[in-house]
Design a protein around this ligand. Sequence first.
Ligand code: S3P
Length: 191
Amino acid sequence: MAEAPVNLRSEASEQPAAVRPVVLVGLMGAGKSCVGRMLAKNLDLPFRDSDEEVEKAAGCSIPDIFEMYGEPAFRDCEKRVIQRMLDEGPAIIATGGGAFMDPDTRAAIHEKGTSVWLRVAPEVLHKRTRKSKGRPLLQNGDPLETLRKLADVRYPVYGEADIIVESGDEGAESTVAKVLAVLRSAETGTN
Ligand code: S3P
């Protein structure tokens, strides 16, 4: 069973959590978009998705961007899109799984937002992403092995997020409730 939310860094924000953009980070399949949409509805905030914004900016899908322009071009666009979203005021922002790995993006998120890592085991992520065709990094080789390797590299960095929410194989509602509880306790200073 998943643990309760942990690791809210009190120095993370000078403003209440809801006044700053709340930025969801985590590996592919962690539920950033689904949980993000539900959080936004709950908090009456706009929802933004960096993958969607990149696709809009490029005028094509993420697999096509990877194929036609390569991953570095995707990362460059992702970085610019997130910088812009952070300056657009309070919102719930779902980021692509690799976004928080970029040091500039990470620094900007720390400065302007409240980051929330949805931590999910690679085995669960694999189950959730198995049928997806929209994730180029999982199209070649053994996707579970890829997810495990990405977790090895990324989890220590995701661990720099202001809030870490353990999310097992539970429904999105349960994860949303955990994130809301931590955000609210951060606002009232009870964490
Ligand atoms: C990526 C995750 C994807 C997307 C791209 C690269 C990654 O987003 O940005 O395929 O590097 O982990 P999701 O995490 O929303 O699937």
